[in-house]
Design a protein around this ligand. Structure first.
Ligand SMILES: NC(=O)c1ccc[n+]([C@@H]2O[C@H](COP(=O)([O-])OP(=O)(O)OC[C@H]3O[C@@H](n4cnc5c(N)ncnc54)[C@H](OP(=O)(O)O)[C@@H]3O)[C@@H](O)[C@H]2O)c1
Length: 235
């Protein structure tokens, strides 16, 4: 198996790298980080330093990766040290909105643009992006967090659109959005106070949930939005 994990320095991304290394002793992992290279060393990992929102970075990554069985985008953005998601539209700023779009939408679109050749196969392949239930329009009952919410809704639309285009071009590729649930990582740290302990997941648990979805989803499921427990979320 050849597996590309974008955002392997993140909480969920690094747990995915460790899980694939342990669960598949033949797996070759292509792992990317943007800021700090994680201290996961193994002969089967190839590390790349990229900004996943940069088109030239994604394009040049293809030079080192001839083919793929699984591509997982685990990069994402929710807050800055001095800027939290908006409680009200009155807090909206263009800068914060742009940062959400930059990190939560662009990487998936560039990855689809440049990695279709690597994912085209007679065997089953997977293109999966970590989204969030908050990006479901149908599920939106409480509002708030408008920039993150809109960016994940846009990501979901990108996934659906890619899945439709690839139904004929890459009929064996399963294109999915995945909601990890609230996971104990830097991204969720400031928002964990009101989360019930049994609803705050470890990154290792969530990585296993991603693997469970990969093990059960077929190309007929392409274009679906799955939650960590394998249930489907409405778009
Ligand atoms: N944790 C949760 O509760 C939760 C809930 C729902 C959805 N999610 C989604 O799950 C995904 C993973 O989140 P996480 O919890 O693992 O967060 P995390 O620990 O903060 O990791 C996010 C990673 O994304 C990377 N990143 C952001 N923008 C990037 C870019 N433009 N290019 C390359 N790398 C970029 C960051 O790299 P740097 O460190 O170098 O900036 C970081 O390594 C995200 O899409 C998030 O929205 C998480």
């Amino acid at each position: 198996m050849r597996i590309l994990i974008i955002g392997s320095s993140g909480g969920i991304g690094s747990a995915l790298v460790n899980l694939f290394l342990a669960s598949d002793t033949e797996a070759i992992i292509y792992a990317t980080y943007r800021t700090n290279k994680p201290e996961i060393d193994n002969d089967r990992i190839h590390w790349f330093n990229i900004d996943a929102s940069s088109e030239p970075d994604i394009r040049s990554l293809t030079d080192s990766i001839p083919r793929l069985d699984i591509l997982i985008n685990a990069a994402g953005f929710l807050h800055l040290p001095d800027t939290k998601p908006e409680k009200s539209i009155n807090e909206f700023t263009r800068d914060f909105f742009d940062q959400n779009i930059h990190s939560n939408v662009l990487p998936t679109i560039y990855l689809a643009k440049y990695f279709s050749t690597q994912l085209k196969s007679k065997h089953r392949t997977y293109f999966i992006s970590l989204s969030a239930r908050i990006g479901s329009i149908e599920d939106n009952k409480i509002g708030g967090w408008i920039s993150y919410r809109c960016s994940k809704a846009a990501l979901n639309m990108a996934i659906k659109t890619i899945s439709i285009e690839w139904k004929h071009k890459l009929p064996n590729c399963c294109v999915l959005a995945f909601h990890p649930g609230t996971t104990d990582t830097d991204l969720s740290k400031p928002f964990q106070k009101n989360v019930q302990p049994d609803k705050l997941f470890t990154a290792d648990y969530v990585a296993q949930c991603v693997l469970n979805v990969l093990n059960t989803a077929a190309p007929a499921d392409s274009g679906k939005f799955f939650s960590y427990d394998g249930s489907e979320i409405p778009w």
